[in-house]
Ligand binder design. Structure first.
Ligand SMILES: C[S@@+](CC[C@H](N)C(=O)[O-])C[C@H]1O[C@@H](n2cnc3c(N)ncnc32)[C@H](O)[C@@H]1O
Length: 435
């Protein structure tokens, strides 16, 4: 725990602070012009999105109703105006911003939350915002994060309909924190949308981290697991050895520390004692900056309650790279020449298919990527999977590409228009890639 005392949370929302002076809007799909980009964090929680923005753009407000989240957020990001406002209110006042980041409650789309979708009252604030988007009151661009169960929900359909009505380009994708090199499973649904156009899809640039390097050298006493709990539930613990450089933690939920199983991993060498992660260790795993430590004075289970709802910061940075002002190449691999990838592909059929893809529209690939970027992408693509390299044409992201049975995906960034897409499909069929 950090030494900063927590501001006492009150049940009553404080009046919002005055909004900061802001500059002229900019269009996100266009190359950066130097115009300022303002971000509005909706359902801000403890600020996973603020950490991902990382000072690259002003945050005009962080909106949330949770007083504990406010206590933490305002300790970590004191320059960002916190607004305690119920977003379910159809006319809740929203400060002007070019980019909305939305992390609405996920319970309506989880099995534990009974998957009631739009019938769950916790979906109401998202639908109030969807109504504004459909009415043309949305921002230039937005990014939404949720659990994988959001895909295919009625809420997703309503959001897509509103985005289409208001003329946004949009795409969704699933991204796990492990793809960014984070030693923790956290698979999430993301949807990005922009009126001025999105950057082409990109792969995360993995920056592998060993779990052991993120842990305290001396574990905090409160992380110990009592003998009775271990005797009763130990056989169901997801246990990882912190000395294993390839160790990957299970996905943490807000119930970690409260629910003994299925809420996150335990640490322990084989045959030795186990312990939990402390919440401050969790913050490092999630990728929060070093100054973020839970303030003293929170109830014991509150830190994990907040962190379990938060974001893997590295994944959120990849999502932000969908918008030109955040696409500095640091987090993603883009523009990889298909021919460089084809060199490394496993079978002659795969190589033929990839080359056919390139030949269908060679102008679409942009400048050849540097060798290191191509190698990273090729390794990601060729990672062994249970189903082997089965190719198929993929239409996800609204683009055409090649997907493999094991989840590897090679996108063709230039095939968004129907004629080009048809040419790619024909070339793939000719090369023997199954449709
Ligand atoms: C999944 S969490 C978002 C966590 C956040 N991304 C983070 O990094 O911590 C959902 C958040 O929505 C907030 N929330 C739920 N209903 C709300 C409402 N009606 N108005 C505003 N905020 C709400 C909760 O307090 C919670 O912090």
């Amino acid at each position: 725990m950090g030494a900063t005392p927590a501001p006492p949370p009150s049940g009553r929302p404080r009046p919002p602070r005055p909004e900061p002076a802001v500059g002229a809007p900019c269009r996100l799909g266009a190359p950066r012009t130097g115009a300022p980009l303002r971000v509005l964090e909706l359902f801000a929680g403890i600020g996973g999105a603020a950490a991902a923005v990382g000072g690259r753009a002003p945050i005009v407000a962080a909106i949330d109703v949770d007083p504990w989240a406010r206590a933490v957020y305002t300790a970590w990001f004191p320059a960002h105006p916190w607004v305690a406002r119920n977003l379910a209110h159809p006319r809740a006042r929203l400060p002007e911003a070019e980019l909305w980041w939305l992390s609405p409650p996920c319970q309506p789309y989880t099995v534990r939350g009974a998957r009631r979708d739009v019938d769950d009252p916790r979906a109401a604030p998202l639908h109030a915002l969807i109504a504004r988007i459909g009415a043309g009151e949305g921002p230039e661009a937005l990014a939404l994060e949720n659990v994988p169960g959001f895909a295919g929900s009625r809420s997703e359909a309503a959001l897509c309909a509103a985005l289409a009505t208001a003329g946004y380009e949009t795409r969704s994708f699933a991204l796990c924190a492990t793809a960014c090199g984070v030693p923790m499973e956290r698979r999430r649904y993301y949807r990005v949308a922009a009126r001025g156009g999105l950057r082409p899809p990109a792969r995360p640039r993995p920056q592998p981290q060993a779990l052991g390097a993120l842990l305290d050298p001396l574990p905090a006493p409160e992380t110990a697991v009592d003998a009775a709990t271990e005797a009763r539930f130990g056989h169901s613990f997801h246990r990882v050895d912190p000395a294993d450089p390839t160790a990957v933690l299970a996905c943490f939920t807000a119930a970690y520390g409260r629910s003994p199983v299925y809420a996150g991993s335990y640490l322990g060498a084989p045959g030795g004692p186990v312990r939990r992660l402390s919440a401050d260790e969790g913050l490092r795993v999630f990728g929060f900056p070093a100054h973020c430590r839970f303030p003293a004075g929170l109830p014991p289970r509150q830190p994990w309650g907040l962190l379990g709802n938060s974001l893997a910061v590295a994944a959120a940075r990849v999502v932000l790279a969908s918008f030109a002002p955040f696409d500095d190449g640091a987090d993603t691999v883009r523009g990889v020449d298909v021919a460089s990838l084809a060199v490394g592909l496993a079978t002659p059929g795969d190589r033929r298919a990839a080359l056919a893809l390139r030949d269908a529209d060679p102008s679409a690939h942009g400048p050849p990527a540097d060798g290191a970027a191509a190698k990273v992408a090729a390794e990601a693509l060729l990672a062994p999977g249970p189903a082997g390299p089965v190719w198929r044409v993929a239409d996800c992201f609204g683009l055409v590409g090649l997907a493999r049975g094991d989840g590897g995906l090679l996108l063709h960034p230039g095939a968004a228009d129907p004629a080009s897409a048809a040419a790619v499909r024909a070339a793939l069929r000719a090369a023997g890639a199954p449709a």
